[in-house]
Design a protein around this ligand. Structure first.
Ligand SMILES: *[C@@H]1O[C@H](CO)[C@@H](O)[C@H](O)[C@H]1NC(C)=O
Ligand SMILES: CC(=O)N[C@H]1CO[C@H](CO)[C@@H](O)[C@@H]1O
Length: 347
C-alpha cells in the first residue's frame, strides 16, 4: 500500500472517532472522500483481478497445469528425458502442497544449447497464465544485473530487497537466475535465508516460492560420463539420474562459478540438480523441424540435414555431440531461408 493511502486511513479513522486531525491539516470532507476512495480502491482491486493479473488463489492467474508442461516438453524439448522427469516431479510435489517445508530450488546444469532456458520458460508458462510476462516471474541475468564483481555487496542487498518485496506481494513467485556461473563469487548466498526451512521471516513466508538456477557448470563432466556410457553400449535413453548422481557427489556442479563454495550447496538447500545432456545430430534435426514449423514452413529432409551439417561436433574421434546444442538452429534456419528466397529471385 502506498504511504499516502496509509495517512488517509489513519486520518479518516481518527476523524470518525470525533477526534481532530488538525496536525495534518485535512478537512473532514476531504478525509471522508479519501475513506470512500480507499473503499472503492479495495473494491476495484477485487474486481481488477478479473482483468489484471493478481496473486489471489481464487483468481485464475496462477495455476499449475501439468498437461501444458508435458505438451511443451513433448513438442519442443529433445533428448532430455532426465530433465522432463525431474522437473515434472519436482513441480508436482511442490505445487500440490499448501504448506511446503521450504522453497523449491532447482539447479539446471549442462552444455550450452541443451534447452535450459526453454525449460525455465516452460515452467513459468505452466504455472502463470501470463508465463514469463507475469508480474510474479523474475528473471535475473548475471552479466546484465550483476556485472561488476566489486559491487557484489550492493547487489546482494538489492537482491534481498527485491526477493523480500516480491514475495510479500505474492508468495507464489518464481525467480530465475541465468548464467549463475558468471555471478560474483558468493553472491548467490544472498538468497540462502529465503530458501531455507524458515516458516517465515518478518512475517513473510517464502516457502511457496520457486528458484531456478541456470549454469553451464558440470557440462564437461556430464559429457564425459555420457561418452563413457556410450562406449559401454548404454543407450542415451537408458541413462538414469543415478548415473549422474556421482557427479553431484564429486562436486562437479560446485566448480568455479556461481555455486562454487556456496552455502546453498554446503547446507543442501538445492533440492534438485537437473543435468542437461549434450545434444546429438538427430536432435539438431528435430530442433530444425520445430523451428521450421513455427515459421509456418514445411520441414524437409534436405533442410534438416543442411542445418545439421552446419553445426560443429565433438569429440573429434566420433563427432557425437553438437558444440552449441540447438542454440544456433534458429539463426541458421533463418539464414538458409533468406538465401533460398534470394536465390529464387534469380532463377
Ligand atoms: C492445461 O493445458 C492444456 C494444454 O495447453 C489445456 O488444453 C487445458 O485447458 C489447460 N487446463 C486448464 C485447467 O487451464
Ligand atoms: C516490491 C519489489 O521489491 N519489487 C521488486 C521485484 O523484483 C524486481 C526485479 O525483478 C524489482 O525491480 C522490483 O523492485
Amino acid at each position: 500500500m502506498k504511504p499516502q493511502l496509509h495517512w488517509f486511513f489513519v486520518c479518516s479513522i481518527v476523524l470518525l472517532n470525533s477526534l481532530q486531525c488538525d496536525g495534518i491539516g485535512f478537512t473532514f470532507g476531504f478525509s471522508a472522500a479519501a475513506a470512500a476512495g480507499a473503499a472503492l480502491y479495495a473494491g476495484l482491486n477485487k474486481l481488477g483481478c478479473h482483468f489484471y493479473e493478481c496473486c489471489d488463489a481464487k483468481a485464475d492467474w496462477i495455476r499449475f497445469n501439468a498437461t501444458a508442461l508435458d505438451l511443451n516438453f513433448q513438442r519442443h524439448l529433445y533428448g532430455q528425458h532426465l530433465v522432463k522427469d525431474v522437473v515434472m516431479r519436482a513441480l508436482k510435489g511442490h505445487l500440490s502442497q499448501d504448506q511446503p517445508s521450504k522453497a523449491l530450488v532447482m539447479s539446471f546444469h549442462g552444455w550450452t544449447g541443451g534447452g535450459k532456458n526453454y525449460v525455465a520458460k516452460f515452467v513459468a508458462d505452466s504455472i502463470y497464465k501470463l508465463g514469463t510476462r507475469s508480474n510474479y516471474v523474475h528473471l535475473f541475468i548475471s552479466t546484465v544485473h550483476f556485472p561488476h564483481e566489486q559491487q557484489s555487496d550492493i547487489y546482494k542487498l538489492h537482491l534481498q530487497d527485491w526477493i523480500r518485496g516480491n514475495v510479500s506481494h505474492c508468495e507464489r513467485s518464481l525467480f530465475i537466475f541465468d548464467e549463475i556461473d558468471k555471478m560474483p563469487l558468493g553472491m548467490i548466498d544472498a538468497v540462502k535465508p529465503f530458501i531455507d526451512y524458515h516458516e517465515n521471516i518478518d512475517g513473510v513466508d517464502f516457502r511457496k516460492s520457486i528458484f531456478i538456477f541456470l549454469s553451464n557448470t558440470g557440462g564437461p563432466e556430464i559429457t564425459r560420463t555420457m561418452l563413457k556410457m556410450w562406449r559401454n553400449g548404454v543407450k542415451r535413453e537408458d541413462i538414469t539420474l543415478k548415473d549422474m548422481e556421482s557427479l553431484i557427489e564429486r562436486g562437479a556442479f560446485n566448480e568455479q562459478g556461481g555455486l562454487h563454495q556456496s552455502e546453498l550447496i554446503q547446507h543442501s538447500l538445492v533440492d534438485h540438480y537437473v543435468p542437461f545432456l549434450p545434444l546429438e545430430r538427430r536432435h539438431i534435426e528435430l530442433c530444425t523441424e520445430d523451428d521450421l514449423k513455427r515459421r509456418g514452413h514445411m520441414p524437409t529432409k534436405a533442410m534438416k540435414q543442411r542445418v545439421a551439417d552446419e553445426m560443429t561436433y565433438f569429440p573429434p574421434e566420433n563427432n557425437l555431440f553438437s558444440t552449441t546444442g540447438c542454440k544456433r538452429v534458429h539463426q541458421k534456419v533463418g539464414y538458409i531461408l533468406a538465401n533460398e528466397v534470394y536465390d529464387s529471385l534469380f532463377d
